[in-house]
Design a protein around this ligand. Sequence first.
Ligand code: ASP
Ligand code: MG
Length: 413
Amino acid sequence: MPLIIQKYGGTSVGSIDRINIVSERIAATYQAGNRLVVVVSAMTGETDRLLNLARQITLSPNQRETDMLISSGERVTSSLLAMALQNRGIPAQSFTGRQVGILTDNAHTQARIEQISADRLKDALAREIVPVVAGFQGINQVSDVTTLGRGGSDTTAVALAAALKADLCEIFTDVEGVYTTDPNVVSSARRLQKISYEEMLEMASLGAKVLHTRSVAFAMNYQIPVRVRSSFSDGEGTLVTEEDHEMEQEPVSGITCDKNQAKVTLIGVPDQPGIASKIFEALSRENMNVDMIIQNVGQEGLTDLSFTVPRGNADQAKEILSKLADAVGIKDVVLTERIAKVSIVGVGMRSHSGVAAKMFSRLAAEGINIMMISTSEIKISCVIHSKYTELAVRTLHEAFELGMKPTPNRKKT
Ligand code: ASP
Ligand code: MG
């Protein structure tokens, strides 16, 4: 019997009505002769509501307590959905992350899954029960509850799919799948029939919100086919899968933007061995996530160095470096908050030339200045002023002809 993992996001289970509707789909999948594990998010807005309660008590809540608090949202949904399924005569049972043996590291609010025993799930499946697992959570070595980072229920689902060697992981959301870009920004954005793991991983980490980045890494490492689809329709969604020859025919598959970044520039940095390591060690000691580092050619023994950090960490980064500045001999630390990172992603870039030139010239034609550039084999990112974000995305979407009718390589297979 095929084993399917179905994950339902916050809007899909956002009300009692929605929970009933979703239970119908689950019942139909079960009755069609599949084995099934369901993973749920908290009801829409619930995690924010809980975080807001904490903020009314303290502006810097203890991380362990935060995890105890926000893990409860998923627990509520899992029990309600199990009841709705039981109402339909489906033998369902809710489980917390702990009960299904999800062991994580100790990084509260950003924990990584280290091991999954899944014993109780295997047992439930053997007894033809439909387990409904609270997503987003696990426990650490000492059994304290941890959470996997915002959007982490996707990762619970794909990690369980890997642990149970499932045939398919379906991620149900409120959009029809993965689009060439955000349809709210570009109305001609097109749903992709399929996308490679690698492209999806880049798109997720570059700002596409449809899947939690770590869930894609799990899917790629364990070769789990993931289908992103809507729980509000019967559309087939987008299959995230292994790269195939067809995917390489177009240079660009998707465009993302991320406004949640800030740029830090260090001016007058001594151009000597060991300085960069001092700077980035100081940041990493505080778990700061640094991206897009560029250093200018040195002149007269000094150089400038810029990098990006998540917007929420910008002030802290500036503070750390201002403290370090005197000791290391940095002249000034400048923060630019109104930036956006716009990226084009596609495995076809490996075999098409002129992609970067086209991107830069189209941005230039719109009068958009590029502050930083970074590339990998399958992506090019530019940092620009945030006021040009939508214009840049629209311009590039058109330049790479992403909004056109499905091209042959995107036809149904
Ligand atoms: N409820 C959590 C969040 O809002 C996790 C999730 O929905 O995936 O981030
Ligand atoms: Mg999500």
